[in-house]
Design a protein around this ligand. Sequence first.
Ligand code: NDP
Length: 279
Amino acid sequence: MTHATAVPTVALHDGIEIPQLGFGVFLVPPEDTREVVEEALRAGYRHIDTAAAYGNERGVGEAIAASGLAREEVFITTKLWNASQGFDSTRVAFEKSLGRLKMEYVDLYLIHWPVPSRDLYLETWGAFEQIYEEGAARTIGVSNFRIEDLERLESEAHRRPTVNQIELHPRLQQRELRDWHAERQIATESWSPLAKGELLSDATIGEVAARYGKTPAQVILRWHLQLGNVVIPKSVTPERIRDNIEIFDFELDNGDMQAIERLDAGERTGPDPAVFVEP
Ligand code: NDP
C-alpha cells in the first residue's frame, strides 16, 4: 500500500472528503516551494495547505503541474488574506489565487482570520458562498474563527463552513471550540500542529515516542489524527517530510492519549484571533 492510499479522509458536512493529513507551506520561501512540494508529493502527501499571504501559491501550482498527478488526485487549500476581505475584493483576490496556482478551482477556500475589528467577514462569506455555488471552490471554510464568530455566521449566513483551521497542539488543545465544531459537523483542522517544533523536546512526548519506536513529531501527529482532526505539518527537510507521513502504522493507547491531554496549557505560539488585524 502506498502512503497516499493509507491516508484516510474526513467527510465534510457537504459531502466533500478531505485527506486527514496535509502538508503546510507557511514560511516555505517562494523560490523553494516547488521543490519542497514535489518532495511532499513523492512522499505521498496529496493535500497541500497554502495561502495568498504565504507568497508561494505559484510554487505549489508548479509542483502539482510537474508531478504528473491528475488535478483531482490532489486536495488544494488556499486562503483569503485579511486586506482582501469584503465582497468585491474577495472575488478579485480569489481569481488572483487561481491565476497563481494555475488552477480552475481550489478544493478548499478559507477566510484566513476573522479580524473582528473590521467586521467584514459576513460580507466576505457572501462572496465565498457565491464562489462555492459557481463550483470554483469545492468546499468553503474559515480559519481562526472563535465561537462568537461562528455563531454570527450560523445565524446570518446561508451556508455553514465545513472547516475551521485553528492553532491546535498539545499545549493549546482548544477543547471548547472542538466540542462546538463537533456538534455542528465542522471539521477541526490543526495549524502549527507541532507548536512550530517547540513541543518536540517535551519529556512526556519523548517517553511516549521511545515506547512506540517513533519520533516525537510522529507521536504528536498521531495524537491529532486520533482526535479526529485534520492536520497539516510543515517541513522543508526531506527526511522530516517523509517522517511526518509515517503515522498510519501505530496507535496510541488511551493512557498515552490522556498523558498528552494533560500537557494542555492554553499557550498560543501564534496571534490571538480576537485582536489580530495585520493587513
Ligand atoms: P508546525 O507545527 O508544522 O512546525 C513546523 C516546524 O517544525 C518547522 O520548523 C519544521 O522544521 C519543524 N519540523 C517539522 N517536522 C519535524 C520533524 N519531524 N522533526 C523535527 N522538526 C520538525 O508549524 P507551522 O506553523 O508551519 O504550521 C503548519 C502549517 O499550518 C503551516 O505551514 C500552514 O500551512 C498552517 N498555518 C496556518 C495558519 C493560519 O492562520 N491558518 C497559521 C500558521 C500555520 P523544518 O521546516 O526546518 O524542517
